[in-house]
Write a protein that binds this ligand. Structure first.
Ligand code: TRP
Length: 358
């Protein structure tokens, strides 16, 4: 029999809603950390299709279609299935069961106060018609994280309140159980903060049309960089320009490895005499150098969809065992009924019947 090696590395869990292909915001936000973490941690990546449905209930087809797109992006960007387990959320029933349990340890008002949820309700324009599944997605996300017993969760800044709420649930479950059945998790946020869209709007997103995709062809990169928001008062090349809030420089900070060169460009731009076009040309080549190999790997992988499916199928099978084991432990720790341990319940009934007969 094969000897099972103990794996004591800390556990990482993170995920994405499959609502569209991944973009540079995802890359800076978490993909980069995942590529690094997979070498030193036991890493799981969740394609969160059930969560995707919480604000796309009228378009399940979109979610279904994008599962394979997101998987392609993962593999193309360098998430290595030999080091990272990729799985599909809705195919892990233990997570739904954990969600149902955890819902009893959260109040509706606490969910309504979650800053991420409040923000998202605003941007989605739900008004008073908030889908219950949407309001409760932080609870499902707590199930995702704890189902894998993850202690490290790479996420964008905007997700930090969700991790805080997860830890509240963990503490309540542990208190109820009287022991530390689940670990608390730590959010890992990118040092750079959030990458703005090409229009300078705070967040890069598909729905705002301000994204650059990891699969973007060269013309698309070029077009996006041309359209990028700079300093509106920098009219002539000779004018002094502002670097702060200038998206081109924000992107150079994020993606250009040559920090010295970027510093030089900033100084020149501030002084005057450096045109937007020159800076944009540099950014365009930096982005093309980053995206070209990703795009090429993606094209090759896209021709073998069955292999990609196999990766997520086997990852999901492994994850099913892990999450089911956690569910069993939590049920046991809370002292819930189980057919496996039913004799003591039956003994208790038998005793009651006997007592009644006397
Ligand atoms: N809510 C995350 C997002 O919108 C996606 C997600 C689902 C997630 N489950 C997760 C992130 C678990 C971290 C951990 O980006």
């Amino acid at each position: 029999m094969q000897q099972t090696m103990r794996d004591d590395r800390p556990i990482v869990l993170t995920g994405d809603r499959p609502t569209g292909p991944l973009h540079l915001g995802h890359y800076i936000g978490t993909l980069k950390s995942r590529i690094a973490l997979q070498r030193t941690h036991r890493q799981y990546v969740l394609i969160a299709d059930a969560q995707g449905l919480t604000d796309n209930a009228s378009d399940p087809e979109r979610i279904r279609r994008n599962i394979i797109e997101v998987a392609l992006d993962y593999l193309a960007v360098g998430i290595d299935p030999a080091q990272t387990t990729i799985c599909v959320q809705s195919a892990l029933p233990a997570l739904s069961e954990l969600t149902l349990l955890y819902l009893n340890y959260v109040t509706v008002s606490r969910l309504e106060r979650n800053p991420t949820i409040k923000d998202e309700i605003q941007t989605r324009g739900f008004g008073r018609d908030i889908p219950a599944g949407f309001l409760c997605y932080p609870v499902a996300q707590a199930a995702d994280i704890t189902g894998f017993k993850a202690t490290v969760v790479p996420v964008g800044e905007d997700q930090v309140p969700i991790i805080e709420q997860t830890n509240e649930i963990v503490r309540r479950i542990c208190r109820q159980a009287g022991r530390d059945v689940l670990p608390e998790a730590k959010a890992v946020v990118p040092a750079l903060g959030r990458l703005p869209g090409i229009d300078g709007v705070a967040k890069m997103s598909k729905s705002l049309g301000n994204a650059i995709y990891l699969s973007a062809p060269p013309e698309e990169i070029k077009r996006a960089v041309r359209r990028m928001y700079t300093d509106p008062n920098h009219l002539r090349v000779s004018d002094p320009g502002r670097v702060e809030g200038n998206v081109v420089f924000t992107y150079l900070d994020a993606f250009d490895e040559d920090k010295g060169a970027v510093e030089g460009l900033k100084q020149h731009y501030r002084r005057g005499g450096l045109g937007d076009t020159a800076v944009k040309t540099r950014l365009e080549s930096v982005l093309e150098a980053l995206i070209a190999p990703i795009r090429e790997r993606r094209t090759v992988l896209a021709q073998r969809p069955d292999d990609v499916l196999d990766v997520i199928r086997s990852g999901t099978a492994r994850s099913r065992a892990v999450t089911q084991a956690t569910l069993d432990e939590v049920r046991d720790a809370l002292g819930l009924f189980s057919f496996g341990h039913s004799t003591e319940h039956i003994d208790h009934l038998t005793r009651a019947i006997e007592a009644a007969a006397h």
